[in-house]
Design a protein around this ligand. Structure first.
Ligand code: SF4
Length: 261
């Protein structure tokens, strides 16, 4: 299900909503269908939006190294930062992605997309899959392994950002409601202290529906699982013992920290 464009009674453009909700509002007589392709609806009431602040955006003029997990997640995210006046460079380091063929598919999709939007990229060479597995073996339940996965990837981005003189680093993982936002922010801020470059941990989930639309529009390759071998298993087998439904209890029971100490 994609997302629909929405305007209010005065024609003011609002945040998009998912198509199912848009069609329900039309069926309930609370909105009028303006167009089917792209799906656009007009609400029957006027929405007052908060006044835009005149204060300078703290992002303006920053040099950001953005860890990118895949091309679809880069769509909205790069646009959001560029609109704020940020000079964005992408960084590819995703040894979690399994198998190698899938890693290459996602990398190539991003390379193609980056060239269409003139996004400079820093590519980590090779495929450090053993390093990822070393980190997570024995800690496979999703909260533990994901925190380790975030740390592995973000630490490389922080190191490169510090070395290359960027003023900020961040990650496209912040757009996904399936990722643990609190863990990403906590780890990002800890790495910022360690490597001396600031982390930008904005909740970008408001762009999630829009990123699907942009990815579809750009014809990008879209995967069906997060990336690692465990997430592929969980996507295909609801009984997978690493699955997030069972993981919460397992995490609460364990005395190990995410580093397994
Ligand atoms: S589910 Fe995603 S974030 Fe979690 S460990 Fe696997 S690839 Fe990393």
């Amino acid at each position: 299900m994609g997302c629909a464009r929405v305007v209010d009674a005065t024609g003011q453009v609002l945040s998009p909503c998912d198509e199912e909700k848009a069609l329900r509002l039309v069926a309930e007589g609370r909105a009028t269908l303006l167009s089917e392709q792209p799906l656009t609806i007009q609400l029957h009431r006027t929405i007052s939006l908060p006044e835009r602040s005149e204060e300078k955006d703290p992002l303006a003029g920053q040099r950001l190294l953005l860890h990118i997990c895949c091309a679809p997640c880069a769509t909205y995210t790069v646009g959001r930062f560029r609109e704020a006046g940020v000079e964005v460079t992408g960084h590819w380091f995703n040894p979690n992605i399994h198998p190698f063929r899938e890693h290459e598919l996602r990398r190539e999709a991003l390379a193609g997309y980056a060239s269409t939007i003139a996004l400079p990229m820093i590519w980590e060479p090779g495929y450090e899959m053993p390093e990822f597995l070393w980190q997570v073996v024995g800690r496979e339940c999703f909260r533990q392994r994901c925190a380790l996965c975030y740390r592995l990837r973000l630490e490389r981005t922080a190191i490169v950002a510090a070395r290359e003189g960027f003023t900020l680093f961040s990650t496209t993982l912040l757009i996904s409601p399936y990722q643990d936002l609190d863990a990403i922010v906590r780890i990002g801020e800890e790495l910022a202290q360690r490597h001396g470059v600031a982390f930008w941990g904005e909740n970008l989930r408001r762009g999630y529906a829009e990123h699907h639309r942009l990815a579809r529009e750009a014809g990008l390759y879209r995967q069906h699982y997060c990336g690692c071998i465990y997430s592929e298993w969980e996507a295909l087998d609801r009984q997978a013992t690493t699955h997030r439904r069972g993981a919460a209890d397992e995490t609460a029971d364990t005395s190990r920290s995410e580093e397994g100490v």
